[in-house]
Design a protein around this ligand. Structure first.
Ligand SMILES: Nc1ncnc2c1ncn2[C@@H]1O[C@H](COP(=O)(O)OP(=O)(O)OP(=O)(O)O)[C@@H](O)[C@H]1O
Length: 385
């Protein structure tokens, strides 16, 4: 067969084509020879030349990974799916909330290949039926003995999952941002913590508002909608207590006030929450809310800006000060170095700030202690588990 290929192509008098054809023929012949041993070879490659990470459906990392996978349609081709509610399993989800949550389809079995950061990865879903309970397993495999790419993938999954489903941790700057807006607009700001008021007191507060102001409603997820009341009653096996209802703001009570506030010109209404998934769609529908701003955990840029802010010299403080400007090269370099010691998307700006402030007169000590601090936070189960 090899001789035949060579003769035919040489007659086309193209030396290069002939070389390629010969090489191709050798490869085909080699594959034909190895064909009976192909599974042994594959298993040797898998055993000695790949790295993999395994995830079981009983662990929360499974939810993180499958959210990432299903949002990209990587396992769409599977013929057998497990259907799940797209929800954070750590949250105490109200049963009625599940009606609003999107469904997520996760492959039960099958092998799928996908590209991630320029590397080809393999996703294999299997079902373990050996025990009393069936458990789904996922193995992600990459070529090569270094699993760095897999660690990157899981960090991405975690970041996206935290962003989409988990409660955001507090201290990401929502209230500070609102105060800054009021300062920028030169307006007074009226702050209402929704969990501490009821319909009646909210009505009184709103009646007193001046025409020109910023109104900040903190923690609006504390509002109770009609169906949460029913659900609470069902779960506690009790009739709804009308005495208790008065102690909280109801959805309809809040909507009445909001429609009044937003109809007044020159008033800026800001609502904050750490639990976006708990909000009733009526509260955040277009028309009632003009803009949604998400506050994330600190990325590298934020960490280095906070560092500069803490360690700037007193002469640099002031409204227009740019402590990390290029003219302050040393501080900028130290800030970048510090930002690389803190994993991205894991800590809130408030946490970074409270770590740094005690070291404000001793930046070297901050650099020396940060790794231990990060490790201890991770060990206590904070975000990276
Ligand atoms: N991007 C940031 N840069 C510097 N400091 C920040 C930043 N974000 C938050 N902080 C600091 O973190 C602390 C908490 O911020 P803030 O109260 O605004 O957060 P929050 O998101 O409103 O928290 P919560 O969810 O508890 O209401 C404040 O001291 C604030 O100055």
């Amino acid at each position: 067969m090899l001789g035949w290929v060579r003769v035919v192509l040489l007659s086309q008098s193209s030396k290069r084509k002939a070389t390629y054809a010969v090489l191709f023929a050798y490869v085909v012949a080699l594959l034909a020879m190895l064909r009976p041993h192909i599974w042994q070879i594959a298993s040797l490659v898998e055993r000695f030349c790949t790295s993999s990470v395994n995830v079981r459906s009983s662990h929360e990392t499974y939810d993180m990974l499958t959210s990432w996978i299903s949002s990209r349609g990587i396992d769409n081709a599977s013929r057998s799916h497990l259907v799940k509610l797209n929800t954070d399993r750590g949250a105490l989800a109200d049963r009625t909330e599940s009606v609003r949550r999107p469904l997520k389809y996760v492959a039960n079995s099958g092998v799928f290949l996908f590209w991630y950061k320029g590397r080809l990865l393999r996703y294999q879903a299997t079902q373990d039926t050996s025990g009393y309970f069936k458990e789904n397993n996922i193995a992600i495999t990459c070529l090569g003995r270094s699993g760095t790419i897999l660690k990157d993938l899981f960090q991405d999954c975690q970041r996206e999952y935290t962003w989409l489903f988990a409660s955001w941790p507090p201290g990401t700057g929502k209230s500070s941002f609102s105060l800054a807006i009021a300062g920028e607009l030169n307006m007074d700001i009226y702050v209402v913590r929704v969990p501490s008021v009821d319909d009646e007191s909210l009505k009184c507060l709103f009646a007193e508002l001046p025409a020109h102001c910023v109104v900040l409603l903190e923690d609006i997820d504390a509002v109770i909608s009609a169906h949460s009341r029913e659900s609470e009653a069902v779960h506690s096996n009790e009739q709804p207590s009308f005495g208790d209802e008065k102690k909280r703001v109801t959805l309809s009570g809040l909507l009445n006030e909001l429609d009044g506030v937003s109809s007044a010109e020159d008033r800026v209404l800001i609502m904050t929450t750490n639990h976006e998934m708990k909000l009733d769609p009526a509260l955040i529908r277009p028309g009632r809310i003009d803009k949604k701003v998400s506050f994330a955990l600190a990325d590298r840029d934020t960490v280095s800006q906070i560092y500069c802010w803490v360690f700037q010299s007193p002469s640099e403080t002031g409204a227009d000060a740019q402590p990390c400007g290029t003219e302050n090269g040393l501080l900028q370099a130290q800030a970048i170095q510090f930002a690389h010691q803190v994993p991205e998307g894991v800590f809130s700006p408030a946490e970074i700030l409270s770590f740094l402030v005690p070291y404000r007169h001793d930046p070297d000590a901050a650099h020396q202690s940060v790794e231990t601090w990060v490790e201890s936070r991770q060990k206590t189960g904070r975000n990276l588990s």
